[in-house]
Design a protein around this ligand. Sequence first.
Ligand code: ADP
Ligand code: MG
Length: 701
Amino acid sequence: MTTSSSHSVPALDSRLVTELKGVGARLAERLERLGIISVQDLLFHLPQRYQDRTRLSAIGALQSGTQAVIVGEIGLAQIRYGRRRSLLCLVSDGTGKLTLRFFHFGGAQQRALAAGCRILCFGEVRAGPAGMEMVHPEYQLLDPDEEPLLEQSLTPIYPTTEGLGQLRLRKLNLAALELLAGGDGLDDYLPAPVRIKLDFPPLDEVLRSLHCPSPGLSLDVLGRPDYPPRRRLVFEELLAHHLSLRLLRRRFTDSLAPALTPTGHLSQPFLQQLKFSLTHAQQRVAAELAQDLAAEHPMHRLVQGDVGSGKTVVAALAALQAIEAGFQVTIMAPTELLAEQHFNCFQAWFQPLAIECAWLTGKLKAKARRETLAAISGGEAQLLVGTHAVFQEDVSFARLGLVVVDEQHRFGVHQRLALRNKGVSEGVRPHQMVMTATPIPRTLAMAAYADLDTSTIDELPPGRQPIETAIVSDRRREEVIERIARACAAGQQAYWVCPLIDESEALQCRAAAATAETLTEALPEVRIGLVHGRMKKSERDYTMAAFKAGDIDLLVATTVIEVGVDVPNASLMIVDNAERLGLAQLHQLRGRVGRGERQSGCVLLYRSPLSANARSRLQVLRASNDGFEIARRDLELRGPGEVLGTRQTGAMQFRIADIMRDQALFPQVEAVAEEMLQQWPEQVPLLVRRWVSGGVHYADV
Ligand code: ADP
Ligand code: MG
């Protein structure tokens, strides 16, 4: 049984692996690479999979692609000189013949594997040039009448690291299990009533059955997601991750923030000057934000809204509330282009209200930068828009009240958490609002965003027409070019996007430039502009402004225009090499059109031939305009790492759980998390520390 903290020897979570027999400094260092420091860590280092070495197979019944144990007699052993020198041994057991193939072998090994020897082998069977074979099997020579010693239970295979063999890990875990069986403590942090209600076996039993499965258990049973020991640990791991974010959230909500009391003296005239009225969804979300901002604890709210749902104006209202209360606001965008656009937009909205707006990016000249920094630290600048340059060390705010992060999905979880320390003075933190157009499916939200409250703008402004999407082979490029000619002749505007073909930005820009040239030749009567990330800001500004003003008909661009760019008269989007982009990214690009009242279209051009998977991904876009639906499908087709962006996956490394496979557990995980926070709060940090290796890191943020 597990023991309580009253036990006299220290619990296994505070006993180091070096206490185990045979673990010296070198081994300890290798174990640490796997995150194993305490005996507890070792026990929670779980097998990835298992091998079945419990049964002997008849050679005649071997199937390619399976793993098997066989015993037989070596009939012939010879070196074959082909493309690669190899040692071949033909083994038979009366039911059939099998070839053992070794590419690396020493003289002694070669002499030992002689004709007439009995041999026990374990390995993967594959079809070779002359029947079934095993390449580099594990083997052991047997005496003529020696009984082969088979494993009693399935063999665990652990995630490992260089210089640390499976056998070593297995032995270490057996030693750890012995300590556990001897009564050395490993507290079960899942409260007994919860465990019993969910029908989970006790912790020590669970660990034993995963590290050292009972004899007779088959691979089938053990691999099942509903195998009770596995299910319990999967549940526990998801619970621990969820709780770690909840704890984090509590730490921040317990701290202090300026209560931003709205006066309306800025927001009222702002709303009056606005050319449209807010949708119900915008009003609802704005009200949620207003309420949070008026509280004296920091807001941490995620505002989700599909592309074009109108998040910017909602952010503007939140900013005005902070400025009305005498505080500064900063808005951070992921790209220069988007930051520029926000700056222009806010400047146009706020200047009539006599609000001082400033602008900061990495590319600012030294003098301008110095002046801007002075205005921020002096408090004259009330709104600062910028890229992540806004969060550099030397930027200090006089009275920062609100941080807005746009298009959050471009930043990682860690970056987001780090941002929370910006503008903290005397323990008072600014409020934080993050906006994303990449809808996070609920399952992922629970795992990656549980530290945030969420508001959703689930309504598009009135009059928007769904965008018609076509999937077209680039063999029909001519037709697409004609379509642009017709659209532009009718007074519409279009984008032509050249996404990343090569990793390098330089090449991407060159591809866009080349495309612009070709299109200029093909479309002499169309006014064509080019923007990419390597242009001077002034040049790009000029082109964007010209496009916005309708002086350019066709804008050729790299994916710099992916997020946020807003030109309502543009109604045709062409995406070159669309098969190379993720669904969320394509949805973002497509969202550049369909912003006005005109029927808009999107053409996804692909290089033939298109793989079946790529086709079904593009078809998702044709079938749906709904960002949530697209994100859900994207998650199915590509998995969470891709959807959240690779930078975010660091925080989502699971040992045994799998977000997709195990999502059915989520509602229960959430309910139990709530229960634990209420009734067993002291268990919560312990459970988190046991499972979440980055736990310490999070706690330090
Ligand atoms: P996103 O949510 O993608 O950031 P934006 O904030 O850029 O969307 O808004 C998209 C476009 O819709 C902008 O041109 C904006 O002015 C316009 N817009 C926003 N709200 C409304 C509304 N309630 N009615 C009409 N147009 C709106
Ligand atoms: Mg936006």
